[in-house]
Design a protein around this ligand. Sequence first.
Ligand code: F0G
Length: 351
Amino acid sequence: THQWRGIIEEYRDRLPVSDTTPVVTLREGGTPLVPAQVLSERTGCEVHLKVEGANPTGSFKDRGMTMAISKAKEEGAKAVICASTGNTSASAAAYAVRAGMVSAVLVPQGKIALGKMGQALVHGAKILQVDGNFDDCLTLARSLSENYPVALVNSVNPVRIEGQKTAAFEIVDMLGDAPDIHVLPVGNAGNITAYWKGYKEYAADGNSTRTPRMWGFQASGSAPIVRGEVVKDPSTIATAIRIGNPASWQYALAARDESGGAIDEVTDREILRAYRLLAAQEGVFVEPASAASVAGLLKAAEEGKVDPGQRIVCTVTGNGLKDPDWAVAGAPQPVTVPVDAATAAERLGLA
Ligand code: F0G
């Protein structure tokens, strides 16, 4: 009769909530930390996957959204708005339903995965497809929240980061200490900021003996932090991280530098290779952007940058069902058979 209560109740003393904050939750967090056998063999390390696609709306965004929507409700907001490459909007739409609020979402036209669009639609969000990229959407969302009665729930809202830092707590609680290295995909850079904050807080309070090195990976066509300059027209098949001017840029640099970590890039080809490896060899189906962390780890290992024997956690940020096109693309069409066991057995290679 006991179930995980959601990140606010599980980590209440570490979050900016009070007894009077209305908790809007879908019981997010408490996600699996899965040992990755093939990745461990390839790197000579102990690799774990933090499977954030197991959250209620299928991505890590739910951790931040339970906080953002709860605080917005506490402050009396009737409507929330966000810019999104898809997952934030799916999460905002669902949590707004729980809170009895209206949600408005701004997405880059033609550049969000179908599953995410479906989520926003079915949860009743007001959706505008913006003739621009994510960065344009965020500029627009900020401007609307400053001039109209609508609360901004993007990760530039600091309570989003507070919620997302709980993933680091869960990892330390599970492993008994922080890992040596934590690997993440980087888009708007909110999540790497949040994990670093979480690891630092836990270490400062004696819940861990150390903090990990933070390794972030951007897609090569959308790698402003790696290049050191804004990318005007970002491109990558990993639409979730197709971002040219990350809002938390400076915090990502701080996470990298304070932790002795690195922020590097991976190509779309490397992302898709890791995406297929995760599904076909680890049994974990993620969306392409999520595979950037694993692609980065494999690249670093191939470059001899990963000393064996370390404990490494890769966050895989979103569920593969969000963007199934990439699973189907290039795969052989299933054959059709009559209702006949002999034929089926022959086609399955059993006979
Ligand atoms: N992975 C997935 C699946 C995401 O949806 C995002 C961001 C990231 C990684 C990158 O995280 O932005 O904190 O560095 N998605 C945002 C959205 C931008 O609108 O859903 P980040």
